[in-house]
Design a protein around this ligand. Sequence first.
Ligand code: UTP
Ligand code: MG
Length: 482
Amino acid sequence: MVDAPLPDPALVVLVGPSGAGKSTWAAARFRAQEIVASDDLRAVVGSGPSDLGASADAFELLDRIVAARTGRGLTTVVDTLGMEPERRRRHLGLARARGLPAVAVVFETPLALVRHRNRIRDRPVPAGVLAGQVRRLVDAAAQLRSEGWDQVRVVAPESAASPPPRPRSAPSSRSHDFGVILQVSRFPWGEEPLAWLTDIARATDEAGLQGIALMDHLIQIPQAGRAWEPLPELWVTLGVLAGLGTRLRLGPLVSPVTFRPAGITAKAAATLDAITGGGTFLGIGAGWWAREHAAYGLPFPSPKERLDGLESAIETIRALWAAGTKPYAGQRVSLPETTGYPRPAGAVPIVVGGTGARSLRVAARLGDGCNVPSDDATLERAIPLLRAECDAIGRPHEDVAVTVLDVPVVGRDRDDAWARVERLRGRAPAGTFAARHHAGPVSDHRDRYARLFERGVSSVFLALPDLSTPEDVLALEPLGSS
Ligand code: UTP
Ligand code: MG
């Protein structure tokens, strides 16, 4: 592939995950002195290129070198992951101030190739961190378009290995959290829990779905199965999924605040986000099922107290995730300090589950999203209510995402869909059950989701009422990003 010439002198900022080939690309085109690499500077001020403890010093130096070189109108190639928008903008500002053309170079190296190169390195980056970087690249690539670069150039080497998995979603469709996430609410894993979880997660990734959400209950709920079926603990199971190194976003939908003190939930979600390199979401709600609380010896206070608890929980969680360690004195909660490390790698959206007026108010005031059932009647009522609550406090509607839980019967064709209805409906009349679960082939669901997205829904949490094997998940591929 022959590149068009780059402007020279210029500021050139590289953007790509570890092992994408950034340093190799730069070395083939620029003099060593023109390249400012965070790895090299870590080796200068620390013990070596992967001395992460030396990062702060290295980046301080890097910024000074970029300022000095661009200030002199010299070609400067910034060789870092390039995924921090603020640093990119600072560097772009320096180039602008000096009238230097500014070029961003995005490395869309296939994931399989990046993984392969990473594995054979001296000090491989952990698989989860690498997956997080690849995920953040999708966001960065979308942001770059609006940052004001003179050129955004894409370097996309051919994969030597097998075809890469599809990207999580096309940058063009990512104005916000658009997509379909598999909600797993039943765990028919037979004798092999770990193998089943692994296969389901890999199939979800392969189908191009955005992530996996886990229900948080202590006993299997009647809507999803029978009480003696396995229902694993939420955060242990998310930890297993996190270790698989997929690009899936992970989180609970919905975790009742009655199960754990809010600080513990903040800690768990921050840890999950840190070890996966971002992409965690946190669905929380007031809890509803008395039986599981009684069985596990947990208090189950009145609805009002639980909703009060939901508000306090969100405050506590946000305080512990925020930068710094200072004391926190909020509306409902006071904490003598807010020391919480690891911090989440990115912004973890808090999605408030619940359709009641008070839940929607909590979502509008304190949440990043609200999650409601996907049926028309609920949406017709909930979306205007949510928006009215936003208006009441002057919050833009788009700040609070509407997500839905959808429980579709998905068949290979109409016949198969009806066979599933017959198996699943219990005592419900087939017609009622089929309508409630939109029984049909996957193409019907794709059209239905397109209408939901048009209506302002930003994510669909899809729970298969008869999820059993990875093939069930692979069949959802038409709903994944293409
Ligand atoms: P680089 O070291 O160039 O990647 O290549 P990078 O993007 O700068 O990675 P970080 O961010 O510093 O971690 C990674 C490996 O891939 C090989 C290089 O030789 C190196 O071992 N590589 C790179 C190729 O084999 N072919 C290429 O076209 C590019
Ligand atoms: Mg490098």
